[in-house]
Ligand binder design. Structure first.
Ligand SMILES: C[S@@+](CC[C@H](N)C(=O)[O-])C[C@H]1O[C@@H](n2cnc3c(N)ncnc32)[C@H](O)[C@@H]1O
Length: 206
């Protein structure tokens, strides 16, 4: 039988005792990440009935669940992930690698030129353990998400993206400031303190 490492035992303990894991299970969200978006949305009122939005890196689907509920019947959520995601009412999903031109083209044809009110991006690459490569891979995805936001957000639209503080952070922040009137940082309670992840919120696309 495989012996669990100290760190995987610690992760299991933390997960079992985690308040947000319990809440997600109780309220039918597919991941505790739902509470990050719910908290940011509570503060910033990003998602409103009737909105059209894109959710990049959507699997297993808790952000899409939250978004679909909030945009309601007159809104629409377009979601994409490299992994398969089970269906959610009100969410149109494409499975594919966002780095591939063909996948982007497929996603864009699904949008059918509809301008977006909001782009939310929680994409994170599979971590290899090599901090330098992981950071570079993460900002590569964030860069693609920002390009996508530039091309598809309507004027005045908003962009919420997960980034990891470290190399590339300041440059990315500067790039966002070129595009949005205001760029704010958000670290929701449900985001673990030991994680360097932080959310950047670009408001009011110029
Ligand atoms: C933290 S999870 C997202 C959780 C999601 N927001 C939720 O609430 O369920 C990050 C996601 O990014 C996806 N991802 C990573 N690299 C990707 C890529 N190149 N293209 C598309 N999705 C990618 C992963 O498959 C993973 O599902």
């Amino acid at each position: 039988m495989a012996v669990r490492s100290k760190s995987s035992k610690a992760w299991l303990n933390e997960h079992v005792n985690d308040h947000y894991v319990h809440m997600a299970q109780k309220y039918g969200y597919r991941a505790r990440a739902a509470y990050k978006l719910l908290e940011i949305n509570e503060k910033d009122k990003l998602i409103k009935p009737g909105m059209i939005l894109a959710d990049l890196g959507s699997a297993p689907g808790s952000w899409s669940q939250v978004a679909a509920k909030l945009v309601g019947k007159n809104g629409q959520v377009f979601a994409l992930d490299i992994l398969l995601m089970d269906e959610i009412d009100g969410v149109s999903f494409i499975q594919g690698d966002f780095r591939e031109d063909g996948v982007l083209a497929q996603f864009e044809s699904l949008l059918d030129n509809r301008p977006l009110d909001l782009v939310i991006c929680d994409m994170a690459p599979n971590m290899s353990g090599n901090a330098v490569t992981d950071q570079a891979k993460s900002f590569y995805l964030c860069g693609l998400a920002l390009d996508f936001a530039v091309n598809h957000l309507k004027k005045g639209g908003n962009f919420l993206v997960k980034v990891f503080q470290g190399t590339g952070y300041q440059e990315y922040l500067a790039a966002m400031r070129e595009i949005f009137d205001v760029v704010q940082t958000r670290k929701p309670e449900a985001s673990r303190n030991r994680s360097s992840e932080i959310y950047l919120l670009g408001r009011n696309k110029r």
